[in-house]
Write a protein that binds this ligand. Structure first.
Ligand code: DX5
Ligand code: ZN
Length: 221
């Protein structure tokens, strides 16, 4: 059976004034895992939102909540996001000297433990984490903003990881109609899509993205 690249929408580029309605619309369209880009103005320059938004949206929509923590000192946020109902919690390799401990802690909290790497971090840095990470989030842009151009060479990291881990592999940054085919070909299980989902009507763009994503050569895992 062929694996299919699954789209995980990021609400970063949606209007913050209308997030409940946006999330309801995404969920109704079958996009039931929602990516929350948490930025603290320190690890990355922008500030987005915190655990309370996860809790509040969780009261409105029965989704799987995927918290991507682009924050310094992520150890302070793990319990908060777990209590807020995040199902997947991803921390950046670059954000802690104790990344292994953080992944263990996320698992202790009963959550899916993710680790993310910036474009400038060699994928081999993840070698000691391959058995403990449930999810590896390969950044294909430098984190901080939506709407950037995908750095194609980062997809080689997905190919390297495919040979070495059972962790789910997710790509994040610059994925759109032009690039989603490359992400599928690299063998990722999941891809974040942000700004590309909000440039035109969801009903128009989603089938096009799904069609372009349907070519993943990877076996289902
Ligand atoms: C970048 C974020 C991404 C990004 C995705 O810092 O982690 O989730 O917003 O947005 P697009 O798809 O617009 O690159
Ligand atoms: Zn993200």
């Amino acid at each position: 059976m062929q694996g299919q690249l699954k789209i995980v929408p990021s609400i970063l580029s949606a209007s913050q004034g209308n997030l409940t309605a946006t999330v309801k619309r995404l969920h109704a369209a079958g996009l039931t895992t929602i990516h929350l880009d948490i930025m603290d103005g320190c690890f990355v320059p922008e500030i987005t939102f915190g655990a309370k938004l996860c809790a509040d949206l969780g009261k409105e929509v029965d989704a799987t909540w995927d918290a991507h923590l682009m924050v310094a000192n992520p150890e302070h946020q793990l319990e908060r996001f777990a209590e807020a109902g995040a199902d997947w919690i991803t921390v950046h390799y670059e954000s802690s000297n104790h990344i292994h401990r953080l992944l263990s802690r996320i698992k202790e909290l009963g959550k899916l433990a993710g680790v993310s790497i910036n474009p400038g971090t060699p994928v081999t840095a993840l070698e000691p984490l391959l058995d403990i990470a449930d999810l590896i989030l390969v950044m294909t842009v430098n984190p901080g903003w939506g709407g950037q151009k995908l750095i194609t060479s980062c997809l080689d990291k997905v190919r390297w990881l495919l040979e070495r881990t059972e962790a789910k592999l997710m790509v994040d940054g610059g994925v759109n109609l032009e690039t989603i085919g490359q992400v599928a070909d690299a063998g990722a299980d999941l891809t974040v899509v942000g700004s590309a989902l909000f440039r035109e009507e969801l009903e128009t763009v989603l089938p096009k993205l799904q069609q372009a994503a349907a070519h993943s050569p990877r076996e289902s895992r």
